[in-house]
Design a protein around this ligand. Structure first.
Ligand code: TXA
Ligand code: MG
Length: 326
């Protein structure tokens, strides 16, 4: 932990585990370190970063104000996988907010992340520790695959508990706007706010010229090299369809125990929504390792955390979907 904090103090980046996905961490108050994040990831400059804190009091210098609703949500879900976008203070570097007048703040629950922020004594800017556009890393090995030779240290905290990035929200009075779904679900948020709006970009492609409420939504994301296609409909129809497309490098991404009857190579990603969240990104990485050119994916149930699973899959698929029940 000491060594990791020393690197951060010297403007270096390190890979860290959080309860959601692994982060590529830098001193959020150090412009040189923050610049390196964009270089190492190949991240577009207009995509802002989340600032991570290890205690509620750390938020106050970073923002202009914390509204009553924001505080209620923070107290309900922090530490945990919720990111809150608030009006930024002067402390926030332009590189962090990418020119916006807001900053995204998150208080993670992972012990290693918390201990490191405490040891360092400053908040950490940390995007997911993947190369830009690749699936987010849920193990230290995934971070190594993407960033080997580019950063001096990765803290290995094992497999991430959630497996998908945090829920991102912004606020207007008592209304919460969901910008990115995650483990803190719409029904959980509703209990602590007057109204909840799901941003259109959560389930739909942005139209040409439309401004993204969260810049990350603009990019094809979480995508393996293979062409991903989501298939809606029941299992027998899925099997018939995929078998009709059979080739050496055609794959199926199905729920556990659904391989029987498939004539193509199959990878699984759990059954329950929580398991699917945990396993989706490593399954997408495996698709590439096995050399898939096309992968047909069984569509997840979109309730609860399933909304987040589906949101990531849509981006991985560049919104390609086929509904066999029609
Ligand atoms: O779970 C997580 O949030 C992980 C771990 C490492 O904490 N971090 C993460 O960071 O997913 P990143 O950079 O991969 O995604 C941050 C998302 C992007 O979609 C970005 O556009 C959005 O948050 N975001 C950041 N600042 C924002 C702001 N001020 N307003 C709106 N969206 C913002
Ligand atoms: Mg990311």
């Amino acid at each position: 932990m000491k060594e990791a904090a020393e690197y951060l103090k010297a403007s270096e980046l390190i890979g860290i585990p959080t309860e959601t996905v692994y982060g590529l961490a830098a001193n959020a108050l150090d412009p040189n370190a923050v610049k390196k994040i964009f270089e190492v990831k190949g991240r577009p400059q207009d995509n802002p970063l989340i600032v991570h804190i290890c205690d509620l009091d750390m938020i106050f210098p970073l923002v202009q104000a914390v509204s009553e609703t924001a505080l209620r949500l923070a107290e309900a879900f922090w530490p945990g996988p919720l990111t809150i976008v608030l009006p930024k203070s002067d402390v926030i570097l332009n590189e962090i907010s990418a020119g916006l007048d807001t900053v995204a703040v998150r208080f993670p629950s992972h012990k290693i992340a918390l201990a490191l922020i405490k040891e360092a004594g400053f908040p950490l800017a940390a995007p997911s520790a993947n190369l830009s556009g690749r699936p987010s890393p849920t193990t230290a090995q995934h971070v190594l695959q993407d960033l080997n030779g580019k950063i001096p240290l990765i803290l290995d905290g094992g497999k991430c508990e959630v497996g998908l990035e945090s829920t991102v929200i912004s606020l207007k009075d008592d209304t919460v706007k969901l910008l990115r779904p995650g483990a803190i679900t719409p029904s959980m948020l509703k209990k602590y706010c007057g109204k909840l709006e799901v941003s259109g970009a959560v389930l739909k492609r942005l139209k040409k010229g439309e401004t993204a409420p969260s810049p990350g939504m603009k990019y094809k994301h979480y995508a393996p090299k293979a062409n991903v296609v989501i298939i809606k409909g029941d299992l027998p129809d899925f099997i018939d369809y995929v078998n009709s497309k059979k080739s050496q490098d055609t794959f199926a991404l199905v729920f556990d125990d659904e391989q029987a009857g498939l004539a193509v190579q199959a990878i699984t990603y759990g059954v329950k929504p929580k398991e699917q969240a945990q396993e989706l990104f490593s399954a997408l990485r495996r698709v590439d390792e096995l050399g898939a050119k096309t992968v047909y994916v069984r569509c997840p149930d979109i309730n609860g955390i399933g909304l987040a699973v589906y949101n990531r899959l849509l981006r991985a698929a560049g919104f390609q979907e086929i509904d066999l029940s029609l």
